[in-house]
Design a protein around this ligand. Sequence first.
Ligand SMILES: Nc1ncnc2c1ncn2[C@@H]1O[C@H](COP(=O)(O)OP(=O)(O)OP(=O)(O)O)[C@@H](O)[C@H]1O
Ligand SMILES: [Mg+2]
Length: 246
Amino acid sequence: MSTAGLQITQMSSGYGKTDVLHNINLTVNPGEIVTVIGSNGAGKSTTLRTISGLVRPTQGQTTFEGIDLARMEPDRIVRSGIVHVPEGRRIFSRLTVLENLEMGAYIRRDPYQKDLEQVYEFFPILSNRLTQKAGTLSGGEQQMLAIGRALLTKPKLLLLDEPSLGLAPLVVQDIFRIIRKIHEEGIMILLVEQNALQALKLANRAYVLETGRVVLEGPADELLASPQIQKSYLGESIGRAEEEIA
Ligand SMILES: Nc1ncnc2c1ncn2[C@@H]1O[C@H](COP(=O)(O)OP(=O)(O)OP(=O)(O)O)[C@@H](O)[C@H]1O
Ligand SMILES: [Mg+2]
């Protein structure tokens, strides 16, 4: 078995005495965008929280580049190259945009000016608002800031929890376009989304979570074409289009 990338084996995890994830197997290989889709409460966020050390697994093994993450504190996990952009984009609203970005670089001892400039390239809007308080940004801009801040840690693997949630369709397109660009820079991406259509279009591979279990996995284009996925996760529009064709 390869030791590169992220390898989750038979992992269970949850809150208090109750497991909400059961025997999860999931990998992200170098060069991949992998997506996890599933309904509300399926355990998508818990999966990311367990990888980043915010929630402790009760069973199983998680390794990144061959190193066991099980007993690592969250900040060590960040240092190992994994950064988590949580649901609801927790930016520091009273700090400026630049101060928020610099928070991302807190673990670093090397110069990060180049990475700041790359973030400005990804998100030109942010570079025009460096002295603005983050709390005054629009929802889409706050999401961009949260991703920008994560990039300042110079991650190898970016965990994104519902980056498109609550954003207008055009902004969603923007965010997905930028995720693709970040991936082209060689960063592995594990993307959790309720917007299954967009996520499957973007990803190489996908996992479907239902009540804490992986019920389906495979190449994203195969899942996109699966009638079961279309019926359950891709909404009315595609279903209706299929019926019209048939
Ligand atoms: N802090 C917590 N304490 C106790 N139970 C929790 C906590 N966070 C989540 N849960 C429970 O764990 C299960 C999985 O939640 P999780 O947030 O991982 O789902 P999700 O797939 O991300 O859902 P959503 O699409 O709504 O974000 C749910 O039943 C939820 O109620
Ligand atoms: Mg969630």
